[in-house]
Design a protein around this ligand. Structure first.
Ligand code: FAD
Length: 634
């Protein structure tokens, strides 16, 4: 029997990485919010790798934090190890990665949710969406509770019609032995929403005492207090004592490993046709790697700790859905794992996803106002991609509930903008993973300046609180002061210490005076050199100094990117009406017309990124826009 169970401004379905950010954002923006999830004990669960960040994903976590989201703070507080990747390369690809204590991450996020004002968290399985006159009006759970709201954010991850695959064994299920959500897919289909089928996989977990570590190379954390959050966070495990960080271990598969896989390929669901869903190209299974890179003698594997006190190790690089007994043989063939104890087998999981070309740039389902979708449900893969979408969908559900315009980020604002624009404008053919190469303006969208790019936008919509805002304003003041100081400080060529620094840096001596700015522009001159000449710089946060250093050293490239952004913005500002009938625009190609009608771009810039819309189509559109403007009907 269905019964009325309450009315809310916003309802969020699913407390995974997307749902947590969505619910917190909506409640923090003043909306009475309900978060419904299958199991309170698996809030913010990490069903796969015990880590957050890395290239592009680390940028996303910093952007979530800069806007007032939660993932960055909890990631810092529950980290086992921190490492800045690509530190030897340019600043555009510097990316923080932390190893996380999974259980601590879940418990910390759960505590934040349960203490959040205006947020109600309830365990329930949502089975049906309720629509009234083509608009969202609520959800119904398996136990008959009907919760009403005009704004619903669906973030059901890998659970929709979840199917687990381990060799010949296949059964309905969610990740890690949880139940699937079997009915919601039908409800979505009945509402005319197109679904697709994707697959992902995870490696086995092994006992940490069954490893012979002498056959692995230790991978320690950095001895630097890297943080995702712009707030002063620290790990509850190692605080600031770098020596207490827990290492990972690097090893390699052996020829015998590859032989075992080849001998059993006929039993691999991926190759026996038992798997229908399309898997992620960037997280291939080991059987896939052995087939696709047959000439490779060895593949890297990393043993990653799952927790501060956990006995479980995650075997990164060995994702598989091979039969269990074959998985054990594969593990035992790896040097150092001869006596391995497998605690959990690897598995594949298939699930339904919502085809994202049906969404607006605010992540609202265009044909069903009030329904928002986020996370793996939109065809992406990754905790960070999910959390980023959750934040955007939660913000936009709250803005809709309070009658405000949607919050949209451009590709030039951040990786968040790149992610959503790619999904909505280009759609997905396989699980989408964010990469730095997907961003046109990488040098501007660095992980170190996420707050300078986004915090004021988060403040403008009401999500950035006072503490974060004061910190940000203070940082910005220092940042501008330092930039000005370096421009206006000119070192006299008579200064002895200047010559010492130049000699130490093996830099060409100066004849005339040189500004601090011009000095640090020299590649061989470092921040430490400059601090020797300007000791008062030590009173500033190292992070701010490093940011000004990057901006100064790469000034030329950054200026060029801003010029590109200028051009990009011009096309983004040529608006297209959402009701424009492309059937009436003469001269468009058939495919172009069909794709434009499907995606309904907001502007010429977005239209030009739609797969199937040619440059000729864009010229036709621009002419048609101009004609309509002259006729005064736009
Ligand atoms: C086996 C496996 C392997 C993976 N491998 C990788 C990888 O290699 N690389 C990578 O980047 N990512 C990987 N991922 C993906 C990563 O886990 C997800 O991207 C991320 O967890 C998605 O977050 P989400 O919030 O969208 O969904 P999820 O984390 O899946 O959370 C969904 C939440 O919704 C709840 N829920 C679902 N349906 C309902 C309902 N009807 N009613 C109420 N609650 C509901 C669930 O209980 C859960 O709490 C893998 C995931 C799995 C399961």
């Amino acid at each position: 029997m269905e019964y009325f169970a309450g009315k809310y401004d916003v309802i969020v379905v699913g407390a995974g990485h997307a749902g947590c950010e969505a619910a917190l954002a909506a409640a923090r923006l003043g909306c009475e919010t309900l978060l419904l999830t299958l199991n309170l004990d698996t809030i913010a669960h990490m069903p796969c790798n015990p880590s957050l960040g890395g290239p592009a994903k680390g940028h996303l976590v910093r952007e979530i934090d800069a806007l007032g989201g939660q993932m960055g703070i909890v990631a810092d507080e529950t980290s086992l190890q921190v490492k800045m990747l690509n530190i030897g390369k340019g600043p555009a690809v510097h990316a923080l990665r932390v190893q996380s204590d999974k259980l601590a991450y879940q418990n910390r996020m759960k505590a934040v949710l349960l203490s959040q004002h205006r947020l109600t968290v309830t365990q329930a399985l949502v089975e049906r969406l309720v629509v009234d006159k083509h608009r969202m009006s609520g959800v119904v759970t398996r136990s008959g509770a009907r919760f009403e709201s005009e704004n619903v954010v669906l973030t059901s991850g890998t659970y929709l019609r979840g199917r687990i695959i381990i060799g010949d064994s296949m059964y309905q299920g969610g990740p890690n032995g949880q139940m699937p959500a079997m009915s919601l897919s039908d409800s979505l289909k009945e509402l005319g929403i197109e679904l697709g089928r994707f697959k992902t996989g995870t490696p086995p977990r092994i006992h940490r005492q069954s490893v012979e570590y002498s056959k692995f190379r230790i991978q320690p954390g950095d001895d630097k207090l890297w943080r995702f959050s712009f707030l002063p966070t620290e790990s509850q495990f190692w605080h600031t004592d770098f020596s207490k960080q827990i290492p990972c271990w690097l090893g390699y598969t052996a020829t015998q490993t590859h032989d075992i896989i080849r001998e059993n390929l006929y039993r691999a669901p991926l190759y026996s046709g038992k798997i229908e869903g399309i898997g992620p190209r960037y997280c291939p299974s080991i059987e896939d790697k052995v087939v696709r890179f047959a000439q490779r003698e060895a593949h890297q594997i990393f043993l990653e700790p799952e927790g501060w006190q956990s006995d479980e190790l995650y075997v990164a690089g060995l994702s598989t859905s091979m039969p269990e007994e074959v998985q054990v043989k594969i593990l035992q063939s790896i040097p150092g794992l001869e006596n391995v104890r497998m605690l959990r087998p690897g598995y594949g999981i298939e699930y339904d996803y919502v085809m994202p070309h049906q969404l607006s740039l605010g992540l609202e389902v265009r044909q069903l106002p009030g329904l928002f979708t986020a996370g793996q449900l939109n065809g992406t893969s990754g905790y960070e991609e999910a959390a980023a979408q959750g934040l955007m969908a939660g913000i936009n559900a709250a803005l809709r509930a309070t009658g405000k315009d949607p919050f949209i980020l451009l590709r030039s604002d951040g990786y968040l903008g790149v992610l959503v624009d790619d999904l909505v404008t280009k759609g997905v053919k396989e699980p989408y993973r964010l990469l730095t190469s997907r961003a046109e303006y990488r040098l501007v969208l660095r992980q170190d300046n996420a707050d300078l790019r986004l915090t004021d936008k988060g403040r403008a919509i009401g999500l950035v609180d006072e503490e974060r805002w004061i910190r940000f304003e203070n940082k910005k003041k220092n940042y501008n002061y330092i930039k000005e100081q370096w421009k206006s400080t000119v070192f006299s060529p008579l200064r002895e210490d200047l010559h010492l620094v130049m000699a130490e840096a093996k830099s060409t001596p100066v004849r005339g005076g040189i500004s601090a700015q011009d000095l640090i522009r020299r590649p061989e001159i470092t921040l430490d050199h400059l601090v020797k000449l300007l000791p008062e710089l030590e009173k500033f946060d190292r992070e701010v100094l490093e940011e000004v250093e990057i901006e100064t050293k790469y000034a030329g490239y950054i200026e060029k990117q801003w010029a590109d952004i200028e051009r990009f913005s011009k096309l983004e500002s040529r608006c297209l009406s959402e009701t424009l009938d492309y059937e009436e625009v003469r001269g468009l190609s058939t495919e172009g017309r069909q794709r434009l009608t499907e995606v309904r771009p907001l502007n010429i810039g977005q239209a030009s990124r739609i797969t199937g819309v040619s440059p000729a189509d864009i010229s036709v559109l621009l002419v048609s826009l101009e004609q309509r403007r002259r006729r005064g009907n736009i």
